[in-house]
Design a binder for this molecule. Structure first.
Ligand code: 6CS
Ligand code: FE
Length: 319
């Protein structure tokens, strides 16, 4: 039982841990206690068919949401950030596990990191879909660019984001959605996001105990909070694997609990995707359920969670 910290909307409530993980010696597959799609077709841009697809599969691939010129403007911003020497030494810059190549840049939605990405995150095309799926106002729980550079981009092993965000960040319920914007072409061979359809409907309670400051290792290569082979095999036997390939400008929305991962990139073609994680304002994170020290603000918004006011940014970008 976790006592919500006073600053959270759930203050003074005892929060039951409905999704315990990393506490048993053997893995357990638990039911999902939360809705998948909270809103209706009338609440936003997704059609009834698209909402059904998200409900069934736990993700939705939307081709050509951004024009090549709009992607180019975003890619130019990424190049500016990559060349910023000050950023390279900040904790938000995560390097690959076996080298010095930039693996991820966290918190690009913070205006002190990128005024442009801060506005893109609030664009009604993305925030509007998140509000519709979550049926509430939203804030950004986390944002990052996973660069997966050519030849050096290593894998992201299979996982449920929610398992980490629940255990290590204190996210109470499954009421968050990720939006991945393809800034480069995601081919079948340069490490596209792979998703397991239907895996979002059950929760794999993992084994192991969370090390203190786990993020310092897990953001480079995650070894705790990852599903066991038997549970993975069963989920994939039932749902298969879908590679979210697509041209730059494609956008993938996926549920916080959908199992996903991606292979390493041994091709010359970078696979750079920009991720915004939208959390319902009714799902503000509380104390971590693992009992560890809360992760830093650049990985999980705890103190700085401004409610997004959807705006039209992309129209202003070229194209
Ligand atoms: O720990 C996290 O929050 C990060 N780790 C992974 C593998 N996906 C979600 C997020 O980027
Ligand atoms: Fe992930």
């Amino acid at each position: 039982m976790i006592q919500a910290s006073p600053k959270d909307p759930l203050a003074n409530q005892v929060i039951e841990d409905l999704y315990p993980s990393r506490i048993n010696e053997t893995p357990v597959v638990l039911p999902r206690h939360d809705p998948i799609v909270y809103g209706q077709a009338s609440d936003g841009p997704l059609s009834p068919q698209q909402l059904d697809e998200f409900q069934q599969n736990g993700f939705l691939i939307l081709p050509a949401m951004l024009s090549p010129a709009q992607v180019q403007a975003c890619h130019a911003e990424l190049d500016r950030l990559r060349k910023n020497q000050d950023l390279q030494h900040r904790p938000e810059a995560i390097v690959e596990p076996e080298g010095a190549e930039l693996r991820s840049l966290f918190a690009p939605h913070r205006s002190e990191i990128s005024p442009l990405f801060a506005r893109v995150a609030a664009d009604r095309q993305f925030a509007g879909i998140a509000q519709q799926i979550l049926d509430s106002e939203v804030h950004i729980h986390q944002s990052r660019v996973n660069l997966k550079p050519g030849f050096a981009g290593k894998e992201f092993y299979w996982h449920s984001d929610f398992e980490t965000w629940h255990v290590e960040d204190g996210m109470p319920r499954m009421r968050a959605v990720s939006c991945s914007i393809l800034l480069t072409d995601n081919f079948e061979f340069n490490g596209p996001l792979m998703l397991v359809p239907g895996s979002h409907r059950r929760y794999i309670s993992c084994v192991g105990q969370t090390p203190e400051n786990h993020y310092k290792q897990s953001l480079r290569r995650q070894q705790f909070g990852v599903p066991d082979n038997a549970s993975l095999t069963e989920m994939i036997r039932q749902g298969g694997i879908v590679s979210a390939t697509g041209a730059l400008g494609t956008v993938v929305f996926f549920d916080c609990n959908t199992l996903h991962g991606s292979n390493g990139n041994i091709t010359p073609f970078p696979r750079s995707n920009l991720f915004f994680v939208y959390n319902s304002v009714h799902n503000h994170i509380v104390e971590p359920f693992c009992g560890c020290t809360p992760r830093p603000e650049f990985v999980a918004s705890r103190k700085r969670c401004p409610v997004l006011q959807p705006c039209s940014v992309l129209e202003e970008l070229a194209g």
